[in-house]
Design a protein around this ligand. Structure first.
Ligand SMILES: Nc1ncnc2c1ncn2[C@@H]1O[C@H](COP(=O)(O)OP(=O)(O)OP(=O)(O)O)[C@@H](O)[C@H]1O
Ligand SMILES: [Mg+2]
Length: 448
């Protein structure tokens, strides 16, 4: 085998055949380490070649339930043996709690699980286990170690292993500090190599900050099978898990959880809303995320500005809010330019479905006119003020009906069963639904 000499940056892993003082990739000085390698070609390794027809006769693997039906659906039916899942999220969102509850559900079936903690003590894990009521699981082993090789040596007939977290694990086979690019990549590669052979599902927990400035977890996204992101605002108990990538099921799916005293509880299909309360400035809608419908409550507050008008949006795209407001100002001739407008999606959900536009307009008008809304609103608002239809109407209507919302305003009424439909075609119709003729709405100035 041919001997080669190259230089590698100990910070970011950049490689060059020439020595460098400053790393051209990460900009760090004096990080070049000489590396003596052999040619990549290894003699004696034979590729596995099998006819596709033979492969397709193999049985579908049994999926492993995560213990949460919404999460199983978001995964495409549960975990596949040997699946490598990256579970990312901001500090404190509930990653360890979710992983421990998944381990608990799997071990309750008598299957072996391994929970590896490299950032908490065994006592801290025990405390969480008591909190989520899984302290008596006999097939759930807890290991405290940051040495990935020694843990992988212990994984025999194990169905699920959790590494908490990938940034605190280290491999003896490379340099660099834990959490650095070199270590994160090597640790992930080692886990993938071993778990694929053993058929063990692995969950790799990763911390991701709001700025996304930790390069490590991003770097391994392409080598894992599934990427789940857990998100939620600090001030709410609602947490949302998104499948950002999935080799064994759909991506773009979400599962909604509520963080409680006893751990995470899944919320099926809708965030807590109350069909019987109709407070001013509130409007309910139904959005589609992935393949499923979710009921969400929008809130708006419109009040006279003291100096320059403020626009604040939480959970709804600010550019879209400015567009909806411009359409309202232009077509209804209401003086929104002299008002502060705040919009909030209850529960900390972030929505991208444009079918929520009508409900945003409904909530703004409800606050501006000081009239409550007694219907859910669904529809996309165009620049010409028209309200357009949306996809998956039946799914949305069914979700509204199940959540107890029996009256909805939407641009179409055909084929809608089970709820009363108030048809609206234009934003001027929204004021009429609120009991104010759109001509009267012009003269109204928000009193708040
Ligand atoms: N007794 C409790 N009642 C309600 N919520 C709790 C309780 N104890 C902890 N929590 C919630 O659990 C969250 C921490 O969960 P967890 O440790 O699983 O998060 P994490 O994402 O793993 O955090 P880290 O980034 O620190 O590892 C806290 O932010 C808090 O909201
Ligand atoms: Mg944690």
């Amino acid at each position: 085998m041919k001997q080669r000499v190259s230089f590698r940056c100990s910070e970011c892993g950049f490689e060059s055949p020439k020595w460098f003082g400053k790393c051209p990739q990460c900009g760090q000085w004096n990080t070049a380490v000489q590396k003596s390698t052999t040619s990549n070609r290894v003699e004696g390794t034979t590729p596995s070649i099998v006819a596709l027809s033979e492969l397709s006769q193999r049985l579908e693997p049994n999926r492993l339930s995560a213990g949460f039906s919404e999460l199983d659906t978001a995964l495409g039916g549960g975990f596949v043996p040997g699946q490598i899942v990256l579970l990312g999220g901001e500090p404190g969102v509930g990653k360890s709690t979710l992983a421990l509850q998944i381990c608990s559900a799997v071990s309750q079936k008598g299957l072996n699980c391994f929970y590896v903690t490299a950032e908490e003590s065994l006592d801290q894990v025990a405390l969480r286990a008591r909190r989520v009521r899984c302290a008596n699981q006999k097939t759930l082993m807890i290991a405290s170690s940051s040495d990935v090789e020694s843990i992988l040596d212990e994984l025999h007939s194990c169905h699920l292993v959790v590494f908490d977290s990938i940034q605190t694990m280290r491999s003896v086979e490379t340099d660099g500090y834990p959490g650095g690019v070199l270590q994160v990549r090597m640790v992930a590669e080692k886990i993938i190599e071993r778990c694929k052979v053993l058929g063990t599902t692995a969950i790799l927990i990763a911390h991701v900050t709001k700025g996304g400035d930790i390069a490590g977890p991003k770097l391994v996204e392409h080598i894992v099978d599934t990427v789940l992101y857990f998100e939620g605002e600090r001030n709410t108990d609602i947490k949302i898990l998104r499948t950002m990538k999935n080799r064994f099921g759909p991506s773009g799916e979400i599962a909604i959880f509520e963080m409680t005293e006893n751990g995470l509880k899944e919320l099926r299909g809708f965030v807590k809303t109350d069909p019987t309360s109709q407070h001013i400035g509130n409007c309910v809608t139904c959005i589609i995320e992935g393949s499923r419908a979710f009921i969400v409550q929008l809130q708006a507050l419109v009040s006279r500005s003291k100096v320059s008008a403020r626009r604040v949006s939480n959970g709804y795209d600010i550019t879209r809010l400015l567009m909806v407001m411009a359409v309202l100002s232009k077509h209804l001739k209401i003086p929104l330019e002299f008002h502060d407008v705040y919009v909030n999606v209850l529960g900390g959900l972030k929505i991208t479905d444009t079918a929520a536009d009508a409900a945003v307009a409904g909530a703004i008008l409800s606050s501006f006119l000081e009239k409550s809304v007694d219907v859910a609103m669904l529809g996309e608002i165009g620049l010409d003020g028209r309200i357009k239809g949306m996809s998956r109407l039946r799914t949305r209507v069914e979700a509204l009906r199940k959540a107890g919302y029996l009256k909805a305003a939407m641009p179409v009424s055909e084929g809608v069963n089970g709820i009363d439909v108030v048809q609206f075609k234009n934003i001027t119709d929204i004021t009429e639904i609120l009991g104010v003729s759109h001509r009267d709405a012009r003269g109204t100035v928000g009193k708040s």
